[in-house]
Design a protein around this ligand. Structure first.
Ligand SMILES: NC(=O)c1ccc[n+]([C@@H]2O[C@H](COP(=O)([O-])OP(=O)(O)OC[C@H]3O[C@@H](n4cnc5c(N)ncnc54)[C@H](OP(=O)(O)O)[C@@H]3O)[C@@H](O)[C@H]2O)c1
Length: 260
């Protein structure tokens, strides 16, 4: 196998020389408290898709970090729209990554968590049918599951008319899924921002202009702007930028019980 495209740190503390996978994993890390990390790739002019999919934006450096972020999480959250459109498969990790998880005392695979208000989901989709760990579906009280869905996933009803995302995250934490990675899509990200649940954004900027047409990484109802400090800038030799923004560590996690 050829060497991966070199990724180095540009900020803070520029470090020349390619980062290894363990060094990259350490730069992203696992938080010491319940944490919601969101990961997206966008074009330099802000598009969330190319020809309708994220694949055209995601080069090898992005795929590498994407895989490492999966290795680091307990729960992998995806909106039903992205699951359906991108044809999500079962979450798989290479043996070295599973070994890393075992060494850390983690489950061998993260749990896939799907957010769906309608439950318009196909139990035969590989994401459910071939899952190494039974997935969780966060939905609302009145949603009617299609035949077979309950056999392949745990349905968690949080919220009456709409999925209450804060309650859903609290349920994931109750199940021991503290480190949550959300892979989108834009409507779910918009709703998570509106509910002030986002602790971190990992954003890959692909070195290309998509032009007008595609949406942004957020969609849905407007919400108030929130500050999110920049934590690192990584650059890949092909011009890809990998940015990590995260809340201040001393801030109480969203959804945490108020101090007595
Ligand atoms: N560039 C990237 O990194 C990236 C990442 C992910 C996705 N994408 C792209 O984004 C596009 C998909 O976007 P999308 O508009 O379908 O948005 P989305 O957020 O992926 O999915 C929207 C659907 O997910 C469920 N959902 C999302 N938020 C919810 C909430 N708060 N409560 C209840 N259900 C919620 C609903 O499913 P139900 O209809 O089942 O109720 C809703 O219709 C695709 O083109 C995909 O390629 C790009």
């Amino acid at each position: 196998m050829s060497d991966p495209t070199a990724i180095s740190r540009a900020w803070p503390a520029p470090a020349t020389g390619p980062l290894t996978d363990p060094e990259l994993a350490a730069l992203y890390g696992r938080a010491d408290r319940p944490h919601l990390r969101v990961n997206f790739v966008a074009s330099a002019d802000g598009a969330v898709t190319l020809d309708g999919y994220s694949a055209g934006l995601s080069g090898e450096p992005d795929k590498r970090v994407f895989g490492l972020l999966r290795m680091l999480c307990d729960g992998l959250v995806v909106a039903a729209g992205t699951l359906r459109h991108e044809g999500y498969r079962a979450v798989r990790l290479s043996e070295p990554r599973r070994a890393w998880r075992r060494e850390q005392g983690l489950a061998e695979y993260p749990t896939l968590v799907v957010v769906s208000g309608s439950l318009d989901l196909d139990p035969a989709q590989a994401a459910f049918a071939d899952a190494p760990v039974r997935p969780v579906v966060l939905t609302r009280a009145a949603a009617e599951p299609p035949p077979g869905l309950s056999a392949v996933a745990d349905l968690v009803r949080c919220g009456d008319d709409r999925v209450d995302l804060a309650a859903g995250l609290a349920e994931l934490r109750r199940r021991g899924l503290d480190q949550v990675l959300c892979e989108g899509g834009p409507q779910l990200f918009g709703a998570l921002i509106a509910a002030d649940l986002v602790d971190e954004l990992c954003l890959t900027v692909a070195p290309l202009l998509a032009g007008a047409g595609p949406g942004r990484i957020t969609a849905g109802d407007a919400s108030e702007p929130r500050s999110l400090p920049l934590r690192h800038v990584l650059t890949a030799a092909d011009g890809t930028l990998m940015l990590r923004y995260a809340r201040d560590d001393d801030r109480p996690p969203a959804g945490a019980a108020p101090a007595a």
